[in-house]
Ligand binder design. Structure first.
Ligand SMILES: *Cc1c(COP(=O)(O)O)cnc(C)c1O
Length: 387
């Protein structure tokens, strides 16, 4: 399907709402029925029509159709945020006593779920270095029901061979789930490699304006229905019509923002790489990246998120750099219009800071919609003030 068609037209039935170009926000909790028979049908299968907005809602449905098509998936659910989407995908596919194989250092709240919540239900997790398929083979147990991937992750961008992992999982009847937030469907389509469930946070690139949270699951209709009928309805973590409308609005410019951010990132990256105070950069499509060949094979691009490792002996130098930035702002998240910097040392007790660890000297940079030179000048003056 043509991406222009998906973004501009798919799912929009303008004749149903006065030929308005922009879709309406159907801000309703419930829907009227005239016949008991129809109500009966709706009770049997809440995914068959509009009954109550904790289930389906027409504004949310436009977004669902577009997001499913972007991933090349049969169906989609949109949640209030990415963490809720992950929670529902995993919970729908584990039973008490099951085992999960998960990549090292996944997103913090994914890790919290695996370490703190799932063990209460007897579900255990083995974390592995996902850069080699042998590590997956070794970690799988007879009770493994889910393999959880994040490729690339959002700090050092380690990736997994999606085709190899999905083939292994299929041969063992294991469900594969991937956090595809870094690439978004524009730069990676995990379903094409055989992955079962694609999760992404819509808070980042999809909404794109740092003003709404959202989370997405895509997959086969059977898998999405299984999640809808149980976790989605029960937890009530679906997105609202207003937030869905915001995401539809963000989606209109997704491709244009990606092109712009990708080009700007190349310029900023090339400049920081040659700076004497920058020891190295981590970026999956940089030639220095250890898994560059695999990244090129399964990703179409890498957009605006990369990490720099500063040459510093003291934590104070990294603090100086970050606090001297005038235009890149220090904040979590990414994928919006504004450029960001996030130092790893903000999560480390100062007495535990070790300059010999690259990770401790790393600062994650997100390139937004500003001009490349504007960002380079800002980074340049902040590097000078490092000390
Ligand atoms: C932000 C993020 C999430 C969580 O998404 P929310 O919308 O904040 O709940 C999950 N994975 C990655 C890689 C993220 O960056």
């Amino acid at each position: 399907m043509d991406i222009s068609y998906i973004i501009n037209e798919l799912g929009e039935e303008r004749e149903h709402y006065f030929n308005a170009v922009a879709p309406p926000i159907i801000q309703t909790s419930n829907f009227v029925y005239n016949k008991v028979e129809d109500l009966y049908k709706a009770f049997q299968d809440e995914m068959s029509g509009y009954l109550y907005s904790r289930g389906l809602n027409p504004t949310v449905d436009i977004l669902r159709k577009k997001l499913a098509a972007l991933d090349g998936a049969e169906d989609c659910l949109v949640f209030n945020n990415g963490a809720a989407a992950t929670f529902a995908a995993v919970f729908a596919n584990v039973n008490a006593g099951d085992h999960i194989v998960c990549v090292d250092k996944p997103y913090s709240w994914t890790q919290h779920m695996c370490n703190r919540i799932l063990p209460r239900f007897g579900v255990t997790t083995t974390y592995i270095d996902g850069t080699s398929i042998e590590n997956f083979e070794r970690a799988i147990l007879p009770n493994t029901s889910v393999i959880y991937l994040e490729s690339p992750n959002s700090w050092d961008y380690k990736i997994q061979d999606l085709k190899a992992v999905s083939e292994l999982a299929k041969s063992e009847n294991i469900v594969t789930i991937i956090d595809n937030s870094y690439c978004s469907p524009l730069y990676q389509k995990p379903i094409d490699f055989g992955i079962d469930i694609v999760m992404q946070t819509a808070t980042k690139y999809i909404n794109g304006h740092s003003d709404t949270l959202g989370g997405i699951l895509t997959g086969s209709h059977a898998m999405i229905k299984k999640i809808f009928d149980s976790e989605y309805m029960c937890i009530g973590s679906g997105t609202t019509p207003f937030n869905a409308w915001m995401m539809l609005r963000g989606l209109r410019t997704l491709q244009a923002r990606f092109e712009r951010i990708t080009a700007t990132t190349q310029k900023v990256l090339a400049w920081v790489k040659q700076h004497p105070k920058v020891e190295k950069v981590w970026f999956p499509l940089d030639e220095s990246f250890p898994q560059y060949e695999l990244a090129k094979k399964q990703m179409k691009g890498a957009c605006g998120l990369f990490t720099i490792v500063l040459k510093a002996e003291r934590m104070e130098q990294i603090v100086n750099f970050c606090e001297s930035l005038q235009h890149l702002v220090m904040a979590v998240s990414w994928g919006g219009y504004e450029s960001l910097a996030l130092p790893k040392c903000a999560g480390i007790k100062p007495e535990h800071f070790k300059a010999e660890k690259e990770m401790h000297r790393s600062v994650r940079i997100y390139v937004g919609l500003e001009e490349a030179d504007y960002l380079i000048k800002d980074i340049e003056q902040a590097l000078e003030k490092m000390g």
